[in-house]
Structures are given as C-alpha cells and as structure tokens.
Design a protein around this ligand. Structure first.
Ligand code: NAP
Length: 327
C-alpha cells in the first residue's frame, strides 16, 4: 500500500510517500480502506521527533481516519464488512489501509462526508474525555477554551455550545476571534492584544469560569487559576507555552480548585471504547441532526502530506486539515 512515512525527525519535507505492506488486523481489530485521514498537531510533534508512537503502534503518522471496513473482526464493534466508519488510531492513519480496534470505530454520521468524518475522532474523543468526563462540565456551568481556533478548540466550542453552556475562548488574531464567535462562543478573546484574565473577570462579574480546557500551560498556569471559579477545574491537554509554571497552592486550597489533565494516545483500548460509546449516545445524534459539524480548513491528497504539515506549522488553520485518498 501507499503510505506517508517520517524518514527522520525534521520539517514537513521529511514526510515521504512510501510503499508499505498492508497491515494485518489482530484480534478484535478491523482493516479499514482509508478514504480520508485527519491531520493533528500531535502528528507534527511526532514528525519533529518529540512524540514517539506508543509501544505496539504503527510508526506511520495519523491518529484518525474515515473509510470502509474490509477485513478483520467488525462484529467486535457491532459492525459488518463494508460499513463506513471513522476510527481513532494510535498511529498509521496516513495510509491506504490501516487497522483499528473495532471498538474505537464509530459509524460515519448520516449527512457527513468521509472528509468530515475523518476530522472527528481525535478531537471529539479528546474533548469528550477532558471537558465532559475529567472536567465534569455540568449543566449551567461555564467553559473557557484556550486555542479556540484549533481543531481541538473548535470542537470544544461547538460541543459545549450545543449542550447549552456559556463558552469563552482565546485565539491569536482578530480574524480567528471572529471565527470562533461564529461557532457560538459567547465571547472570543484575542490573547495577543487583550489580557484574558481581565476579560474573563469582567465577563463573569469576577466569578470566573467553572472549567478551563488548556493547551498552553507554562505561564498560563497562575493566570488560569485566577479565572477559575470556586470549585473550578483546570484540564491541561498540551503545553504549547512550556511545561513549567508557578502554582499558588493557597489558591487551590482556599477555592477548592482541581488541576488535572491527560493524554489520549497511550490509553488502553477499553478506555477509548468507553469514550466511543458516550460519543455515539450523546454526540452522534447532534452531528446527524446538523447541530454541530466539524470545521474543515483545508484538504490535501495523501501524497501532499508535507504541504498539510507546512500549513499546520504556519499555524494559520482554523479547525481541521484532512488528507484524502483516491478510493
Ligand atoms: N492530551 C491529549 O490527549 C491531546 C489530544 C489531541 C491534541 N492534543 C494537543 O492539543 C493541542 C491542539 O491540537 P490541534 O490538533 O487542535 O492543534 P492545532 O489545530 O494546530 O492548534 C494549535 C493551537 O494552539 C494555539 N497556540 C499555539 N501556541 C500558543 C501559545 N503559545 N499560546 C496560546 N495559544 C497557542 C494556536 O492558536 P492561535 O494561532 O489562535 O494562537 C493554534 O490554534 C496540541 O498541542 C495537541 O498536541 C492533546
């Protein structure tokens, strides 16, 4: 099969179109003929050499695909041969064929294209797990999303808005703020020209927000604590601003704050299967009703994966970039 391999750590040009053997599904896995594969920031970190695949995962990049099941054990996930699915992977998505645990597959939502479906798993699993499970965003509570214009951020905004929450989000330009407000975010904050702490204090009358989804960390840590309401939860999913920050422990004690976080890729199949069940029950109906829809910024043929990565390196995309295959 044709696939994109990372020939050595480096820039987008280390991504090469190569021939690889078609993978063989293991017990409980399916073989998927890939129509489209989502591109995510973790793929960039893998390409740069700072985010190696977990033990047992394909060395090929790609954490999500949409396609048809053509082999393996679809019944393990309640599917049959020929079903159109999207799947969360631990790697190997930038290829004509990939394997996935059947329980990490979800049906392509009615009304969505394969390209849109390929853009779902990585951000929807991550957002559901971190905002709704770990962060326990409850009815009537407010959410602040950092990196609101990212693939993760647009998903978090759309989902929380669909569930009736007030959502604030940060982004790095006026145009990106406008884009996230168009998704229903109550107020977008341009963090380059505005202080998000001051803005959130003003917007919430000094109360703060109940949950923060943070991908920045670093010097955002003390600032995030300042804008958490009493009993608030800070959920960290990345450290784009650095791994180390200063923690005022008294803030945590006095206002009963929770600081948590997670990474999805290395978690066990059973954990991901449980998220898939929640998504199918709670979120897939919203996708099928057209209430929410993934934001696709650009598509590239698989062979042009390096162009997709160059676009992500430039950081100008709003929502998702997707690779397409000629199936
Ligand atoms: N923990 C997990 O399980 C998990 C799973 C998936 C992804 N992630 C992480 O989540 C992040 C988003 O992933 P993605 O695929 O959605 O990426 P993406 O679309 O490339 O978005 C990254 C965003 O980060 C913002 N950003 C970058 N540096 C920043 C900084 N110093 N301060 C504030 N904002 C900054 C950029 O927004 P502006 O240009 O508007 O500043 C950009 O929209 C990545 O770091 C990824 O590794 C974590």
């Amino acid at each position: 099969m044709k696939a994109i391999a990372i020939t050595q750590p480096g820039g987008p040009d280390v991504l090469d179109l190569v021939e690889r053997p078609t993978p063989v599904p293991g017990p409980g896995e399916v073989l998927i003929e890939v129509d489209a594969a989502g591109v995510n920031r973790p793929d960039v970190f893998q390409r740069q050499g700072s985010y190696p695949p977990p033990a047992g995962a394909s060395d090929l990049p790609g954490l999500e695909v949409a396609g048809r099941i053509i082999g393996g054990d679809p019944a393990a996930g309640g599917f049959k041969l020929g079903d159109a699915v999207c799947a969360l992977l631990a790697g190997g998505g930038y290829a004509q064929y990939c394997t996935a645990p059947a329980t990490q597959c979800l049906p392509v939502p009615a009304g969505l294209s394969m390209i849109e479906a390929a853009a779902l798993p990585e951000t929807y699993f991550t957002v559901w797990s971190n905002v709704f499970d770990r962060g326990a965003l409850a009815a009537g509570e407010t959410l602040l999303v950092h990196g609101g214009a990212s693939g993760i951020g647009t998903t978090a905004i759309e989902l929380a808005v669909a569930f009736g929450h007030t959502v604030y989000a940060t982004a790095g330009s006026h145009g990106r703020v406008q884009a996230i407000e168009a998704l229903g975010c109550t107020k977008g904050i341009n963090y380059r020209t505005q202080d998000f702490v001051e803005e959130i204090q003003t917007l919430t009358g000094g109360r703060g927000v109940d949950v923060i989804l943070d991908m920045v960390a670093g010097d955002y840590l003390p600032r995030n604590l300042k804008v958490l309401a009493d009993d608030g939860r800070l959920v960290m999913i990345a450290q784009l601003g650095g791994a180390h920050g200063t923690l005022n422990c008294w803030q945590v004690m006095a206002r009963r704050l929770t600081i948590t976080g997670s990474t999805l890729r290395a978690r066990p199949v059973a954990f991901k299967a449980a998220i898939a069940r929640s998504l199918r029950e709670r979120v897939w109906p919203l996708l099928e009703a057209g209430t929410i829809r993934p934001i696709i910024h650009a598509t590239f043929p698989l062979a042009e994966a390096s162009k997709a990565h160059a676009m992500m390196d430039a950081g100008e995309q709003i929502g998702k970039i997707v690779l397409t295959l000629p199936n």
